[in-house]
Design a protein around this ligand. Structure first.
Ligand SMILES: Cc1cc2nc3c(=O)[nH]c(=O)nc-3n(C[C@H](O)[C@H](O)[C@H](O)COP(=O)(O)O)c2cc1C
Length: 404
């Protein structure tokens, strides 16, 4: 999450009666940390699962539970609360509440607020698998979608009741991601983005190998930003300890050759290719099949290296290449090497990490190299920078890629 990525957004967070209410404490924290203001409204049943006191403390605002609440000056909480809202999010959304929404019922504050809204409505269902599969619930969900209501989830897996199946609420982090994605402008809608991220690992023997200090953070941030911009995202990742961004298809590889082969298998479908991975230039020729032993009499091992395929150049050489974007990490003279590398690889855009190597850090500063010259983007955390880069990439897409 980037700092303040929901700054200026005001959400009404409606809670209904279900065990998953415990997840909303964490969701509220994530939303407020991202700069959103959160007005919690709870049904009577929701207050049986978590107290309004907890939700008030976490949201920093008084919680509303009744339409007869005299704290609202004109006594019309059901109208006033949603008027400032950028969206209403119902989480958890009970079976009962989905039914009420589908039928336009208005018999408590939260349901009345939803019927009287003039902003988008998102629901995050949470229920037992039989309740979710019930034909009435499925009918109601179909109706909600037809009415333009966003249905986020549900997830599948073990449930609080001990059963296993569809119906459990998305985790708080996934719900946050879906909400953040909802608010992102869909500048890559309908586009397919293929990315590589992280380091590669070139084996010396079954237990040792050569890798580099790439953390994968920039590539994963770009994958998340592209997904949020509406693209279908395929991320090919080297060995990294990062969670897959929400809604992104991820494929794990180890070596440069495997990364090359995975890219080549999928690139024909891509409108945009972004090569962020720090791919090893060389690998050991004939890595040992067995662990190389250290013995007193044995001489130090020697290795012969061979060149790995150049993934970016291979993509750029295709007869119908996608819009290809490269990344460069240099330990000096980026201004000189950046443009030279872009021209050599024959890609329209190359993004150079400015200053000392930024592997593993949360912040980055980059220069965009293209035929017309170089543009510097201000230093920012990698997620904010990723969003800015997606805007820059979207702006440069040739019209022809619209019809790939
Ligand atoms: C312990 C317990 C757990 C419940 N969990 C859920 C749940 O996860 N999902 C759901 O739809 N209903 C659940 N219910 C039932 C709802 O709380 C009940 O239908 C209630 O009327 C919903 O009211 P509301 O929609 O106004 O919040 C649960 C009930 C109890 C007693």
């Amino acid at each position: 999450m980037a700092t303040a990525e929901l700054a200026g957004k005001h959400l009404v967070l409606g809670m209904t009666g279900g065990i998953a209410c415990y997840k909303i404490a964490e969701l509220t924290r994530l939303l407020t940390k991202a700069g959103a203001t959160v007005q919690v409204v709870m049904t009577e049943a929701a207050t049986q699962f978590i107290t309004p006191v907890t939700m008030q403390a976490l949201s920093g605002r008084p919680v509303y539970t009744s339409q007869w609440d005299a704290r609202v000056p004109n006594n019309m909480a059901h109208i006033d609360l949603s008027r400032e809202a950028d969206a209403i999010v119902i989480a958890p959304a009970s079976t009962d509440f989905l039914a009420k929404l589908a039928h336009g019922m208005a018999d408590d504050l939260l349901s009345t607020l939803c019927v009287a809204r003039d902003c988008p409505l998102l629901v995050v269902p949470a229920m037992n698998r039989q309740m979710w599969q019930n034909p009435a619930t499925q009918r109601n969900v179909t109706q909600l979608r037809a009415d333009g209501i966003e249905v986020l989830g549900p997830d599948s897996g073990p449930q609080a009741c001990g059963e296993v199946g569809d119906g459990r609420m998305l985790e708080a982090a996934a719900t946050y991601e879906a909400i953040a994605s909802f608010f992102s402008p869909k500048i890559l809608s309908g586009r397919r983005v293929l990315l590589t991220a992280g380091p590669t690992f070139e084996p010396l023997d079954p237990v040792r190998g050569i890798t580099n200090r790439s953390s994968g953070k920039m590539g994963f941030a770009l994958a998340r930003a592209a997904q949020q911009a509406g693209a279908e995202v395929h991320l090919i990742a080297g060995p990294v300890a990062l969670e897959t961004p929400w809604g992104v298809f991820r494929q794990d590889v180890q070596t440069a050759q495997q990364m090359h082969d995975a890219v080549m298998r999928s690139v024909a479908d891509a409108d945009i290719f972004i090569g962020v991975a720090a791919v090893a230039d060389w690998r050991v020729d004939h890595a040992s099949e067995h662990k190389i032993k250290k013995t007193a009499e044995r001489a130090l091992p020697t290795f012969t290296f061979v060149e790995n395929p150049d993934i970016l150049a291979a993509v750029a050489k295709l007869p119908h290449p996608p819009f290809a974007v490269g990344f460069a990490a240099e330990s000096g003279d980026l201004e000189v090497h950046g443009e030279e590398k872009r021209a050599r690889k024959n890609v329209p855009l190359l993004i150079g990490n400015l200053g000392p190597l930024t592997f593993g850090l949360d912040d980055n500063e980059v220069i965009l190299f293209e035929a017309g010259g170089a543009t510097k983007l201000p230093r920012a955390d990698k997620q904010t920078l990723a969003r800015a880069l997606i805007v820059e990439i979207a702006r440069r897409l040739p019209d022809t890629s619209l019809i790939r």
